[in-house]
Design a protein around this ligand. Structure first.
Ligand code: SF4
Length: 340
């Protein structure tokens, strides 16, 4: 089955590969590892459609890893704003510095694993796609395809080991990068989560879940616990066409990003309800936001007095607010105020 799956899938990929800005077409020289790395980091937890404009903007502004490594961290964080999961951007900065210092990306999966902030999936993907190494690349799309192909009935995340072993068994020695991208494309376009299009699938003859009927059932997932809901407040302090913005502490939630002042909520506890200055606060409403491990209900409070809060911050012009690089949570809060 292994050879049939890889050959069939590679044939399919030769004509159906998605055209993506970080890709090389099948049969052309491998893409630049910088572009592969950047796209893979951006694509974690984010869709291709959301990533494309960010990828274009980053590679236009910082066309190689040395230019990215030389950029001020705050510029990178601001350019990342809106993509979410900001720890990825902080890891990007650290990794770019390490790569620039050693004069380029390591060319093996093992070497790539030593780079700061670069996980096993990304190391395998870069090794296979940019350097042609036989590496077993398993992202969520590949997990789904493999669980169905082999009818793996254990629920995720426990099934990951069995999925990896099965993925290893079908990964070819040659064209491992194309094979990884073909699996990703199959998962993204045909073997989709809710509605697998088995009639169009090149692997339909080899697929055990398809033979058993109802492949959309797989992969099974262990029941998730409900996320805790935290309450917090963000404070909009406005004077003379500007709003008071602070920079969040380097470590922790949304670390290093520009933000509205808040009352110190975090993943483990509600905020203190202490405003940064005394005065009259009016409610602009509530923003709900889902983080990985908790949900936040953020009340947005507005003060249009002229006092300056204590502590560090800056008065930011309202007509340039888009350039502040506010993370999505605070951008939602700003939109709420500006619409009210
Ligand atoms: S036959 Fe259906 S379930 Fe099996 S891999 Fe193809 S699309 Fe997925």
């Amino acid at each position: 089955m292994a050879a049939t799956v890889s050959e069939t899938l590679l044939d399919w990929y030769d004509t159906h590969a998605r055209d993506l800005p970080w890709r090389a077409r099948p049969g052309t020289p491998a893409p630049d590892p910088y572009r592969v790395w950047l796209s893979e980091v951006m694509l974690q937890q984010t869709t291709v459609a959301a990533v494309k404009p960010y990828f274009e903007a980053f590679t236009t502004r910082w066309p190689d890893v040395s230019s990215l490594a030389a950029a001020p961290e705050e510029d990178i964080m601001a350019a990342w704003a809106g993509l979410g999961y900001y720890s990825r951007a902080r890891n990007l900065v650290k990794c770019a510095a390490a790569v620039a210092q050693r004069g380029g990306f390591p060319e093996t999966e093992e070497g790539l694993r030593d780079l700061p902030g670069l996980g096993p999936y990304t190391a395998a993907a870069i090794a296979a796609i940019a350097f042609g190494e036989r590496a077993v690349v398993v992202d969520a799309n590949v997990e789904r395809v493999v669980a169905r192909l082999f009818a793996i009935e254990d629920p995720l995340p426990g099934a990951r080991k069995a999925i990896r072993v099965a993925a290893d068994a079908i990964t070819p020695d040659r064209r491992a990068g194309d094979f990884a991208q073909a699996m990703m494309d199959l998962g993204a376009t045909i073997c989709t989560s809710r509605d697998p299009k088995c009639l169009l699938c090149p692997l339909t003859q080899s697929c055990e879940a398809r033979a058993a009927g109802d492949p959309a059932r797989l992969p099974l997932k262990a029941r998730k616990k409900d996320k805790p809901v935290r309450q917090g407040r963000a404070y909009w302090i406005e004077r003379n066409g500007t709003v008071w913005l602070v920079r969040r502490a380097g470590k922790g939630m949304l670390g290093g990003m520009r933000a509205l002042p808040d009352d110190g909520w975090n993943s483990r506890s509600d905020g203190s309800d202490e405003a940064p200055l005394a005065g009259i606060w009016e409610s602009a409403g509530l923003v709900r936001h889902a983080f990985t491990h908790f949900a936040l209900e953020l009340s947005v409070l507005v003060n249009r007095g002229s006092e300056q809060p204590k502590g560090e911050g800056e008065w930011w012009p309202l007509d340039r607010l888009e350039e502040a690089g506010l993370p999505t949570l605070f951008a939602k809060a700003a939109r709420l105020v500006l619409a009210s």
